[in-house]
Ligand binder design. Sequence first.
Ligand SMILES: C[S@@+](CC[C@H](N)C(=O)[O-])C[C@H]1O[C@@H](n2cnc3c(N)ncnc32)[C@H](O)[C@@H]1O
Length: 451
Amino acid sequence: MLAENYSFSNSNYKSLDLFKLVANNLNVYKNEDKLYFKPKDVKEWFYEWDFKEYNPNIYSHGFHQYPAKFIPQLARKLLRLFTNENSVVLDIFMGSGTTLIESILLNRKLAIGIELNPFACFMAKVKTTLINPDVLLRQFYVLKTLFFQKKDYEIYTFHNIEYWFKEKQIMDLSKLREIIMSLEEHDIRDFFLLCMSEVVRRVSLTNHNGFKLHRDKEKIKDSFNPDVFGYFENVSIRNINLMKDFFYKALNSKTEVKIIFGDSRKKQNIESNSIDFILTSPPYGDSRTTVAYGQFSRLPWQWIKNDKNIYKLDEKLLGGKIKSYLKWEILEYSNTLKLQYSEIKTKDYKRAKEVISFYMDLYESLLRAYDYLKKDKYFVIVSGNRTVKKVFLRTDLIISEMAEKIGFKTEKILYRNIINKRMPLKNSPTNVKGELSNTMLKENIIFLRKE
Ligand SMILES: C[S@@+](CC[C@H](N)C(=O)[O-])C[C@H]1O[C@@H](n2cnc3c(N)ncnc32)[C@H](O)[C@@H]1O
């Protein structure tokens, strides 16, 4: 059922009465701190899905950049609507851990995240570990003294390091890394490693605002000589302040956190029918033509841990490789995919196969999610539609149709404007250099229920 007149403002799926759900839960918003939520009435709550005027960089959410992060307020609203303090929450594409942090703030029983990017797992671990901010501040001043006193240290190295960093920054980062690694308390050490990692991208020769690795011509010039410790100080003080807000807000939270470094397409160590709510946002397409999480993570992760596997990460993620064996049944699971596949195939067979490979992977992940979830419970997926070879791929409908084949019921699809999400907003749908079109200015929120 490919919608001819695609309208973002309404939906074919209306069985979930969100208005009622929001109204019933309104009492729980009343005690929220004013900065975070300022609901005036039920109506405002019902219609607020864009979160334009909200700061996404609150608490530990603001520690570090990560591509296509959830807006925390969106995750929080969904968690409030579908869970309570006894709930077990799962995010099958955890990324930097937004769902887990929000579960802690809401004192949910258990928050589980599955993620295949080791750097994202590290980030989520740091962002969900509460540390007393006074201890962190004291440690920061110890690090500062050591940094300016230290004369002997080893120069750190990894493959191609000189291509991405100038000599002075390699020396300063090596010294900084060595003193951080000497900290005995692992959680404190990891906290400062993450602060260092935010500095790595800035002082490297990459264009640090993009997600792909490119040398920035302006940075190769002699005038580019960034102050490693200066940046580190700024990031550390900012993150300690964010930790302070998080620490005191979540002090009484009893949430247990479980981070699984693994593949959401495969069965993980999670019992069948044990999860009360799944909230997730999968990649919008393969890493080559959408967000390259591996490329984004490569330099920071190599400074934290010299791990060569990060080079192959993009191939391992959803849709990372064209499958040698294409499972054509997938076209029978979704009529929309079938129609759109034939359209792309007439233009470019290889691209059409890439598209199928991505949805085959996504289907595997949906199958696993179905197994983990309890009956009658909800699975909310935030995703985006994109254009391939001038075909506007309706991932919202494709997900919904594939999910229904598995045994979910699509209760509702809402569409929200993307405001804060860090995504490349322009790309070339035809892959012709220089040809640009606006893409992904809306995001889909798909509400599925396990029948
Ligand atoms: C849109 S991001 C999620 C962002 C997350 N909601 C946040 O707030 O940070 C999608 C994530 O899926 C991960 N991913 C891709 N394929 C995966 C797979 N097969 N198994 C587990 N994680 C995967 C990527 O590494 C990426 O971090």
